[in-house]
Design a protein around this ligand. Sequence first.
Ligand code: ATP
Length: 685
Amino acid sequence: MKEKILHRLESVTKDSNEGSSEDSEDSAESSIDNDDVIRALLQSPTREETRSHEMGSSDVSGSSSDADDVEEDNAGSANTKKGVLVEDEEYKVQHATLQTFKEYARAVGYGWVVALVLLDMLQQTVERGSGVSLTRWTDDPQLGNLTALPADSEQRARLNNYYLAVYAGFGLIHAVSTLVFKLTQEMRQVVVARVLHNRMLSRVLRAPMRFFDTTPVGRIVSRFSSDLYIMDTELSDTMAWAVNSVIGIVSKMAIICYITPFFVLLIFPIAAVFYYVQVVYVPTMRQLERFQSKVRSTIYSFFSETLGGAAVVRAYGVQQRFMVEFQRRLDLSSSARFAWACCGQWLNVRMESMGTVVVGAVVVSAVTLRDTMTAGMVGLAVSVALDMTETVRHMVRMVSWVQTDIVSVDRVKEYSEMTVEADWRRGETTPKASWPEHGEIEINDLALRYREGLDLVLKGINVHIKAGEKVGIVGRTGAGKSSLTLALFRLVEPARGTVRIDDLDTNDLGLHDLRSRLTILPQDPVIFAGSLRMNLDPFTHYKDAEVWESLKYAHLSDFVSGLKDQLDHECGEGGENLSVGQRQLVCLARTLLHKTRVLVLDEATAAVDMETDDLIQRTIRSQFTHCTVLTIAHRLNTVIDYDKILVLDKGQVVEFDSPGQLMDDPHSVFHHMVKKAGLLAKKPS
Ligand SMILES: Nc1ncnc2c1ncn2[C@@H]1O[C@H](COP(=O)(O)OP(=O)(O)OP(=O)(O)O)[C@@H](O)[C@H]1O
């Protein structure tokens, strides 16, 4: 057990080192100002002390001031909600409540929880029982002196065997119950972690875009890594230890009270001291652990930033300044560590004192009752009392760890219960396999906002795009061009209005049905780590010949055939071993392979050179002749010969006509844009 605790202590430190869960991500989100941390360090005990006074006995961890924190936080965020993109989750999910324990117990299964507690009680009873059996053995008058039963008598041997068998019986039951307990606990632990993981994963994969807008990736990764790790490996152990120590203390008290009844009088004062220690130590320690890892994570972020910018640091000759700053952060971390160690010592002193009082009380009672107590009983009472201190200390630590670890359940639960996007499929409105056959798009009064409380970014768009038309979407930055394409794919649900494609209202369709029938070539080419073939045809729907054909049209076949592994060429993470232009061409090949009637190009060529841009545009013109193409253009020359130009401004349509017509009108916005770009001479005939 001690080894486990030591291991746990190390892992607490290690977790912190690794920038555990929220803390590392906190540092990623914003680098923490040292002064803030110092201020927090200085202020936290006061707040926690206040909290400890306010805590009710039945309140396992939630508390009024926790609630205050949350309320304060909510009030704060409500005030600034509109302007805040990433919400602070610090206090929202930092303290567990009784509800969290219930949630965890529900995931484990109430029946299993009861079974585990009963098994634990059995273990403790057996442990105490074996102690009592030893007492009986040593106190047996027939064995106590050789005059009662001679050393070599058969009866003495039988009696010894009897006690030995009883002791061995207790040992056996203890071993079996421990084995069953451990097996059950581990099995349930795996099941719970799997259930909670799957629940969370299914929600996160289907989370709406606003979730990803407002949630840093680090936060999501931390829920799937450290929070699940805690549930996978630590939580059930710490809980088992906490329950085990509580039952242990009760059973030890019962034994001591049975042997020395005077001890009953001491139970209440001891309980009061214990309660005091518990409410002061647990929250303080928890907070100090958080601060430690928070401060430590600032060291790591500073260190990695300095490493990353080492060339600049040297170029400006400011190594000394960075070293001083680093040492200052180290000092800060040591201060937090020192406070943490002091807190541990504070507990040790109180526990040792309490232990001394308990042992002293037992010894005094034994002396007082010496006429009625046997030596074996006194021995048992003293040994149990000596053990009590360690058990109580252990319990305090375990309760503290449980309260820290259980927060992970809350965090995972939060993601497991979030709202998800609309249904992926809607049986009653599943479109025909050939939909959209023509690619006619009718947008009526389309309004869109990214999140509740934000302003509309599209304000009543009305556009009718005929089948097969090539439409260039232009407008100033922030005009709503990308938002319009997101609305087509329902990545953001419209606030009002409809988009009809070939007479089907896209709002009625399942999201998967809708998105799989449209194609988008985004600005940032998305390449996954894996083979080129996997990137082109992830679901292996197409034959090699078709894949090669798409590569040919994407002007990539020469490049790919020159590769050693050809289609099996490893693309590396994010396509790191391909140039940006090549990545964009791979995406184009993917689009060509999965050709649909409606194609959206969202500034697809913004990051490539003119030559690649030209290649892509030529391919689009030749290969998507019968498709409806919507192109968000940053270079006007790419759309100047399109059928129509849609000019957006502040979320509204300001012009929608053929480029020729618009350029003929000297008052049109498009005319001005073209003029500014020096393309007036290129007017299409
Ligand atoms: N994820 C988002 N959350 C909240 N608001 C957003 C989000 N994305 C864009 N906006 C806002 O919506 C408005 C329209 O943005 P959008 O990206 O559609 O413009 P755009 O015309 O495509 O601009 P650009 O040419 O710079 O890409 C802007 O005011 C922008 O601030």
